[in-house]
Design a protein around this ligand. Structure first.
Ligand code: SAH
Ligand code: SF4
Length: 396
């Protein structure tokens, strides 16, 4: 069965043109089935899959005609039944600091219905470029400081929609090998703009386990999108039973949304803590495969004024993480309308960071990027919708 069924759009008009499934997001086994359906003889399929895979994921082909290694006839057959569509771009915004944000429309539940939307953000820095991708539309969890948490889960993203976010970003920032390049291996890591993938957009990735796993399998295949697993980070609010499974089946880098050092407070901030409290979460972290100083778990800690930002809590945080190869990422709270919190004062964040630094942790304070295009964590999509509503209101 093909999972990634998506309408092909004319990018300019966004009119659905053809109801053909997209090959984006399919694994090798599924691509072999595509060739079986096209009556390609079994002994030729493995080679065809390798060729298609290369054009799809290493070179970023957007049309079958580019795949000159396949016969004209086979290209025509592929084009008759399939497409290479990525999620549709509804809007693209570029911040003054270079951060880019795409609002993407996914396939609707039924033809003619409006498709749900998610956001993808690209954050360029001096030494790396990070792409923040979404795994669900909405979220089933209700973290009290997160805007996504106020939105019900609409649905899980398919592997094609997850991989498609990476491919859209590569299309838009020119991160595929040039058309003239004859090298089938894609851009070498040193020349790429997107160097890191973080699953920190909308949704809880471990509640869409199989699709996220399959998508990251494609993202990390060395003959495809070719992101090293060391450069892919999955962030979870703490779905404890899925952590060892993720370690066994995907084993990317891991980030934990900790945000509180006492169960009583974390129950309130990250309610999944009632099911799997801090001690169980940290035990799962300790067991995560192949941890070392070079492969550390990132603990995310959102700075909420007067809630979790005391010096005593900074000291407890350090005590709690003792023995786990860890990085601590302090995130200034990104406020949203109606949010019951404020961001900690800057001096408080610095004092908190000092305690953490003195204990030997590099604790970069994640500087807010792309504020002018509302690209901040926990604000994705909802804020853009509000902005569009405002623009529409003022245009009336
Ligand atoms: N669901 C996953 C991944 C998505 S959220 C998780 O919770 O880890 C990515 C990160 O942004 C998490 O650490 C989350 O706690 C944080 N976040 C959410 N809303 C935020 C806000 N308003 N300000 C700052 N960080 C926020
Ligand atoms: Fe969901 Fe993560 Fe937001 Fe919590 S912080 S509501 S898990 S997206």
């Amino acid at each position: 069965m093909l999972r990634a069924r998506r309408l092909c759009y004319d990018a300019g008009t966004m009119n659905a043109l053809l109801d053909k499934p997209s090959l984006v997001g399919l694994g090798r086994g599924e691509l072999a089935q595509v060739f079986a359906r096209l009556d390609v003889p079994e002994k030729a399929r493995a080679m065809r899959v390798a060729q298609l895979w290369n054009w799809l994921y290493a070179r970023g082909a957007t049309a079958f005609d580019q795949m000159t290694v396949l016969s004209k006839d086979l290209r025509a057959q592929l084009g008759e039944h399939y497409c290479l569509a990525r999620p549709d771009i509804v809007s693209e915004q570029v911040s003054a600091d270079g951060t880019r944000k795409w609002l993407l429309r996914l396939a609707p539940a039924a033809p003619g219905a409006g498709g749900p939307e998610v956001e993808t953000v690209y954050i360029p820095e001096e030494t790396r470029g990070t792409l923040c991708i979404s795994s669900q539309v909405g979220c089933t969890l209700n973290c009290s400081f997160c805007h996504t948490g106020t939105q019900p889960l609409v649905r899980n993203l398919t592997p094609g929609e997850i991989v498609g976010q990476i491919m859209v970003a590569r299309d838009r920032i020119g991160d595929w090998p040039g058309a003239e390049a004859d090298d089938p291996r894609g851009l070498p890591e040193s020349e790429r703009k997107i160097t890191n993938i973080v699953l920190m957009g909308m949704g809880e990735p471990l509640y869409n386990f199989e699709h996220v796993r399959d998508a990251m399998g494609i993202a990390s295949a060395s003959d495809g999108l070719a992101f090293s697993k060391r450069r892919i980070t999955l962030s979870t609010s703490g779905v404890v039973p899925e952590i060892p499974r993720w370690g066994a089946e995907a084993n990317t880098m891991l980030a934990i949304s900790l945000h509180g050092v006492r169960d009583e407070l974390r129950n309130e901030l990250v309610p999944i803590n009632r099911k799997w409290p801090i001690a169980e979460l940290l035990e799962a972290c300790r067991q995560y495969p192949s941890l070392s100083n070079a492969k550390r778990i990132t603990f995310e800690y959102v700075m909420l004024k007067g809630v979790n930002d005391s010096i005593a809590e900074a000291k407890d945080l350090v005590r709690l993480l003792k023995g786990i190869p860890a990085k601590i990422n302090l995130i200034p709270f990104n406020p949203w309308p109606g949010a019951p919190y404020e961001c900690s004062d800057w001096e408080q964040i610095e004092t908190f960071a000092e305690v953490v630094n003195r204990a030997g942790y590099a604790s970069p304070v994640r500087s807010p990027r792309g504020r002018d295009i509302m690209a901040a964590c926990g604000q994705l999509k909802s804020a853009s919708l509000k902005q569009r509503a405002r623009v529409a209101a003022t245009a009336k």
